[in-house]
Design a protein around this ligand. Structure first.
Ligand SMILES: O=P(O)(O)OC[C@H]1O[C@](O)(COP(=O)(O)O)[C@@H](O)[C@@H]1O
Ligand SMILES: [Mg+2]
Ligand SMILES: [Mg+2]
Length: 349
């Protein structure tokens, strides 16, 4: 019944959220309000991004964040704006953010949701006017109401997300999200200050012909990854890499394709963060009929160990991801066979 819920293109986000809530007789409206808070924060950040070149908020803060990355002014502005909107909205008791080392207690102990955010994704593209994004994941808290949020509330596997999505600040600004019943995309109309449904029930093609990989990492990764990149080249797939995860994912979800950021010599666990990058996009990918894996398992099944942990990410059209994982498996088997041969030889010598 729920799967069938659709709304005509042009439906205002507010109305869409209200109509969707009516599908749940026991809904209390808190999740709906939280989604509205996120949309409000997105509008504010959109304005900041659009005028960054004039308002002097381009460039670096001159400090590193908890990731050891050079923090951009817009990273901080987006972080502050998002956290403020969530605190004011009173639907969130705890927040984790890429830009903050520790769990943020919003002092809303009555709230039943926790949120993980990447306030500004694609930071390397901020000052060069290339599209960037915001990524968010929503979970129901685990600990009882009227108590401060704890790590137990935050460190939940991605499959337990209640909702997830992203905002893409590109040639148009879009909000794309899912509450577990399909993926819908809304385009922002600045003159009306509202998001309108433009991409209902997004489905990802099973086969894709676009691969998104930082080719400069080709010799920093494993043979299995190089075999997959060779496979893409031999099949004349298009190499498309914006360097903003949200933008690359969005394109591949609409056109069919795959984004991969494997383990590298520099990032031995991969670069992307499980809690506020991979889980949200994996939730959307699966809702749209795609796949999202690390080099070992389904992203949504990974049990988080820390707030800022990184994982290798393979995400996109189902058959492309399967092809890639198969080549990684073959590499693994070859390695295992070689090790065994060496061990056997050592035993006999
Ligand atoms: O420059 P690299 O190593 O290819 O990394 C690019 C990737 O890193 C990211 O910028 C990481 O996200 P942040 O910008 O939020 O730190 C992704 O958006 C992007 O896909
Ligand atoms: Mg990011
Ligand atoms: Mg970021």
């Amino acid at each position: 019944m729920l799967e069938k819920f659709t709304a005509p293109i042009g439906t205002a986000l507010d109305r869409f959220i209200a109509q969707k809530q009516e599908q749940f007789p026991f809904a209390t409206g808190e999740l709906s309000q939280l989604l509205r808070d996120i949309a409000l924060a997105a509008k504010i950040i959109n304005r900041e991004i659009n005028r960054a070149g004039l308002s002097g908020i381009e460039g670096s803060v001159g400090e590193e964040n908890v990731q050891g990355e050079n923090q951009q002014k817009l990273d901080v502005v987006a972080d502050v704006r998002f956290i403020r909107a969530l605190i004011k909205g009173e639907q969130t008791c705890g927040i984790i953010s890429e830009e903050d080392e520790n769990l943020i207690d919003t002092k809303n102990p009555k709230a039943k949701y926790v949120v993980a955010i990447d306030p500004l994704d694609g930071s390397s593209n901020i000052n060069v006017n290339v599209s960037v994004g915001t990524i968010f994941s929503i979970y129901r808290r685990r600990t009882s109401l009227n108590t401060p949020p704890t790590l137990e509330d935050m460190l939940q596997p991605g499959r337990d997300q209640i909702a997830a999505g992203y905002v893409l600040y590109g040639s148009s600004t879009m909000l794309v999200y899912s509450t577990g019943y399909g993926v819908n995309g809304f385009t922002y109309e600045p003159s009306l200050g509202e998001f309108f449904l433009s991409h209902p029930n997004i489905k990802m093609k099973e086969n894709g012909e676009i691969y998104s990989f930082n080719d400069g990492l080709y010799y920093q990764t494993s043979e299995g990854i190089r075999n997959f990149i060779e496979h893409c080249r031999k099949n004349q797939y298009s190499g498309r890499y914006i360097g903003s995860l949200v933008s690359d994912f969005h394109r591949n979800m609409l056109k069919g394709g795959m984004y991969l950021y494997p383990a590298t010599k520099k990032h031995t666990q991969g670069k992307l963060r499980l809690m506020y990058e991979c889980n949200a996009l994996a939730f959307l990918a699966e809702q749209a009929g795609g796949m999202a894996f690390s080099d070992k398992e389904r992203i949504l099944d990974i049990m988080p160990e820390s707030l800022h942990q990184r994982v290798p990410l393979f995400i996109g059209s189902k058959n492309m991801v399967k092809q890639c994982l198969q080549l990684l498996n073959e590499e693994g088997q070859e390695k295992a066979a070689k090790t065994k041969k060496t061990e056997d030889r050592q035993v006999t010598e």
